[in-house]
Design a protein around this ligand. Sequence first.
Ligand code: AGP
Length: 615
Amino acid sequence: MCGIVGYIGHREAYPIILKGLQRLEYRGYDSAGIALYDGNNIKLSKTKGKVADLKERLENEITTTGNLGIGHTRWATHGIPNDVNSHPHYSNSGDLVIIHNGIIENYEAIKTELIKRGYTFNSDTDTEVLINLIEEVKKKQGVKLGKAVQIALNEVVGAYAIAVFDKNKPNEIVVAKLGSPLAIGVGDEEFFIASDASPFIEFTKNAIYLEDEEMAVVRLGKKIKIRKIKDDSLVNPLMQELKFNLEQIEKGGYEHFMLKEIYEQPHAIRDTYRGRLLAKEGIVRMSGVENHKEKFLNANRIIIVACGTSWHAGLVAEYIFEDIARIPVEVEYASEFRYRNPVITNKDVVIAISQSGETADTLAAIKLAKSHGAFVFGVCNVVGSSIARETDAGAYTHAGPEIGVASTKAFTTQITVLTLIALKLAKEKGAISNSQFHYHLEELELIPEKVEKALKSDEHIKSVAKTYKDAANCLYLGRGYNFPVALEGALKLKEISYIHAEGYPAAEMKHGPIALIDEHMPVFVIATKKGHYEKVVSNIQEIKSRKGKIIAIVTEGDVDVKKLADHTIEIPETIESLSPLLTTIPLQLLSYHIAVMLNKNVDQPRNLAKSVTVE
Ligand code: AGP
């Protein structure tokens, strides 16, 4: 997720764009850049680092600024964060510049063709390919920039929100959108372009939000014309009067970043499997695994090292890898693994999971594993992070920046990546039938819309949260694939509401914890239809007979548990191995609402940091 800003009008572009980038830094902050038209040429400056670093650099470089410009703050997906990979990007001629938020999946094929036609590339990005494709179309077909953008976008596969301008036509900016947000602020004799309204809300409250597969040529003195990219048909622009204030815009209209990120999960999961999950073709494409598959296939075992929520994702992966790919897996707290003098050999594959890519214990565990000759694979969310650079190979989650300290979309996108790896290896090993493989891919492809459906229970979940917000202690129970989700649900409640909670395998109750059950103990039980259902029902009966309060996460249409539980929360049906992607949603929302009702600092809970970079 990156931030894009553009301006064309009667004011100086530079200060507006710079301030707009500062407002969009929550969307991405590993590098930033600006391109300005100064009346004759394009002045472009970009740097790895934050917008503040760009500002410092610009103060020496920017002598004059015109009234046209674009700016970008990056959250890397292709190409590590550095100056060259930062946006904006020039076309080869230097006439065109682009900024882009999204992923062009078929950029490699396009790049190969452009190289054959004499184009050269400075960066590793998909974006630089797109601007040169636009230039090639413009040159070869002799069309204007708007038409060239339209033709080029009909050749790309992926997601984008782009802004492009031509130094030879400095009275317009061409914009287009598919899968990433793009808002146009409409002022008096001026236009603003941005990923959301925060860069222009102080100048105008009139905004047009492009829909997917729409584009526009934003030209001074002209009314905006919006067209469908595919068939060039005109679209009536829907002008909206903004009611949000600045802070609400940064949170996408949600009260907290955590709630925004819970609701971003359908998009984040889709972005994470985009270009990797090809269900129709029956393919899982993951170059980081493909290039080292012998390591995985010949491994004695896979050791997963992580902390916190990422460790819970590792536990889910243990069930998936052993159940589907038949590969032995051990899951280790990185903080324990690094000090317990573990037996590690060069026949071990270590998977390190980390949202931030900076967790000190996980980094130390990686170094220990590498010192014993193990092959280390990283699953990170931050491109170019320390862990991403330390590991031998890896696969990124494309969750976008996770601002809330309590991890939500990182958890579900980590499970998405790990599921894809397990399925790919299972297929390579012949451990899964073709039909089962295809079935898993098709079910995984449906998960985003099933998460959307699970989110629709939010109001009901809020009412359940109200009933239990004053509990002193809570228990979370799950079996099989959902035992790790019980642990994760308990962690979510603990870390943002400060209520003590514990997760257990449901069958463990009789080995001690059942002594805790009385009428004051809320017990959250994951009781999905295919997850040892009958056994979980008997666990629920044991709790009920001791007056425990039961809140059950059930498969939609469930009847039996409904008769027993004090509250039930329904989720759509899916195959058991994918159920953690759905059962975690109500538990995230429950902890969120309880914490809000208790007036806790949901996004920055006491004593916690988003990334634990020290021991
Ligand atoms: C989870 O909600 C917490 N924020 C915390 O447990 C976190 O998962 C842990 O610190 C690991 O962080 P990482 O994924 O960035 O390595």
